[in-house]
Design a protein around this ligand. Structure first.
Ligand code: C2E
Ligand code: MG
Ligand code: MG
Length: 516
């Protein structure tokens, strides 16, 4: 007879109790429904069931909403350096939705204004960033005190201005008569903020930029906010203080392009290539990066450069990233099943992912589904958004690390992937951008910078990887600098799965007992 362990008995009992409880609840609900049906008829019983479903959903929505709000509050706390009662974007959107439905405001136009005070000068100076945070906090408080309400009549009960601070940017939802009226408001804001700066003895030099979008009553609020933000960033590029949104600003991904990407996802036309990374220290390959390609029947094999940005614009990047992650897990799980010794694989995640409150749940869910140990996957993050360093959800990164997942900062040295982030975010590795590699042989300054980054990494216990290395001369310089890890065509191009497996075999990864 089979013998069960104590633990198994406990599990059986728990499952049985759970099953009985669920059945009892089910019977109870059915009994009530029948009672209602007998007393009031089956239509009433149907309505009761609907009402019950609605209540369950409402409770679930409330819990979800709390999670989102907590996440956003954390972001605000990080960006502003202090906790405020300032609206977060979620509350902002809700409040604006409520206001727009008020009949008495319908004779005015509604505007969304996105504005930021971009610091002038070197932004990688940490003190400088702290001062910008403090200044933002002061503005946040000032706005709440002085602008919350009708600006021409601050005591107005209708409170037609709504603010929030989100991703390094203030947002105002307001009602004005026309564009002239908006310009007056922004001019007054600039003056007020500068006066405030003088009063608070703020030393940072800031430049204000406003993006304005006139929203229609039928506009989706998220879309309206996005338009104001686009206008602001366009203005920032051309040093225009106030920029009104225009359709041409949107780098649009046409509907056809977006549906082609969706189709590619459904038809599994996206394929994953693997590019190995070589450790100069250990004289062996130690990991690989998963890179997506689109094997399109219409266009042939497409590089990510041709569709990642379009996918980002169409809001499809998250699906692509998760698709690539899942494909990678399938390949890893298959190798584990066959008893192969394998290398960890890093997967690129767009920063957008880190604002999604259920990112972690989905991530962990997939790891569990394929039974891949977290230590076999790494996450590469590229920062492309201005101010991202100030709001990036560090908590998610920390949780990933707690799981045992290594987190890498991609494209270090360009854009916003800078020193300041290293200070604030506990990355396990940095990947120096290819633009440095390209100049390493001929430019001494570039060599010095790379040397310093290697030293910095060694002192801070951060692995330093360099990408895009494609010749021997570059390798010689990097060896001299004691670079940890190299990724590039010199060692291997990104390979499709079958070739990658061959590559692993040739490099001593054919079995568990293979050479270390
Ligand atoms: P990345 O993450 O910085 O990836 C490195 C890129 O450099 C890859 O281009 C790789 O093929 C290329 N590369 C590596 N070694 C060399 C070399 O020696 N010479 C040259 N000329 N190039 C080299 P790829 O595959 O075209 O990817 C471009 C970018 O697309 C990636 O840059 C990454 O930012 C993005 N990407 C790729 N897959 C994904 C994905 O699944 N999700 C997201 N969000 N982005 C992805
Ligand atoms: Mg990468
Ligand atoms: Mg890179």
């Amino acid at each position: 007879m089979t013998r069960f362990s104590k633990r198994q008995y406990v599990v059986f009992i728990l499952v049985a109790v759970g099953f009985l409880a669920a059945s009892a609840l089910g019977v109870l609900i059915i009994a009530h429904v029948i009672q209602i049906a007998q007393a009031f008829g089956w239509v009433a019983a149907g309505l009761a069931v609907l009402l019950f479903g609605f209540m369950v959903n409402a409770v679930k929505a409330l819990i979800d909403r709390r999670n989102v709000t907590e996440q956003l509050e954390l972001e605000n706390l990080y960006t502003l350096g202090q906790k405020t009662s300032f609206y977060n974007i979620y509350q902002f959107e809700n409040r604006a939705r409520v206001l727009r439905t008020k009949g008495w405001l319908k004779n005015k136009k509604q505007y969304i204004i996105a504005f930021s005070f971009a610091p002038l000068g070197i932004s990688s100076n940490p003190r400088h960033n702290d001062e910008v945070s403090a200044f933002n906090f002061a503005i946040a408080q000032f706005l709440t005190e002085h602008y919350y309400g009708d600006r021409k009549n601050p005591k107005n009960l209708f409170k037609s201005n709504v603010f929030c601070f989100h991703r390094g940017e203030f947002l105002i939802y307001t009602f004005c008569h026309d564009e002239k009226d908006v310009k007056e408001l922004t001019a007054k804001l600039v003056q007020d903020v500068y006066d405030l700066g003088a009063k608070e003895k703020v030393r940072v030099l800031v430049q204000p930029f406003f993006g304005v979008y006139e929203a229609n009553y039928s506009d989706n609020m998220t879309f309206a906010i996005d338009n104001a933000q686009i206008a602001r960033s366009i203005g920032e590029e051309s040093f225009e203080t106030v920029t009104f949104y225009h359709e041409s600003f949107r780098v649009t991904t046409s509907k056809d392009e977006a549906s082609e990407i969706v189709e590619a996802l459904t038809n599994k036309e996206l394929v994953v290539y693997y590019q190995p990374k070589y450790s100069l220290k250990e004289h062996r390959f130690i990991s690989a990066e998963a890179l997506v390609r689109w094997n399109s029947p219409k266009y042939g094999l497409l590089s990510p450069a041709s569709f990642i940005e379009k996918a980002e614009n169409a809001g499809l990047i998250s699906q692509i990233d998760l698709y690539v992650f899942e494909r990678t897990l399938v390949d890893l799980a298959e190798a584990i099943k066959r008893g192969r010794r394998i290398m960890p694989v890093s997967v690129n995640f767009s920063l957008y992912e880190f604002f999604s409150p259920n990112f972690l749940t989905v991530f962990v869910g997939l790891l569990e589904k394929y039974k891949v140990p977290p230590t076999l996957v790494e996450v590469e993050i590229t920062e492309t958004t201005s101010q991202a360093n100030q709001f990036m959800s560090i908590s998610i990164i920390k949780k990933l690390k707690d799981l045992g997942v290594r987190v890498l900062m991609d494209d270090f040295g360009i854009g916003y992937s800078g020193i300041d982030n290293l200070r604030k975010i506990p990355f396990d590795a940095i990947k120096i951008d290819k633009s440095f590699t390209d100049l390493i042989v001929e430019d001494e300054k570039t060599r010095n910078i790379v040397k310093l980054i290697v030293e910095l990494g060694h002192r801070s216990d951060i692995e330093v990887i360099i990408e895009g290395v494609d010749n021997e001369q570059q390798v010689a310089y990097l060896r001299k600098m004691k670079m940890d890890t190299i990724q590039g065509f010199y060692y291997s191009k990104p390979l499709p799965l079958d070739q990658y497996e061959l590559f692993l075999k040739e490099n001593g990864f054919e079995g568990r007992g293979a050479r270390k």
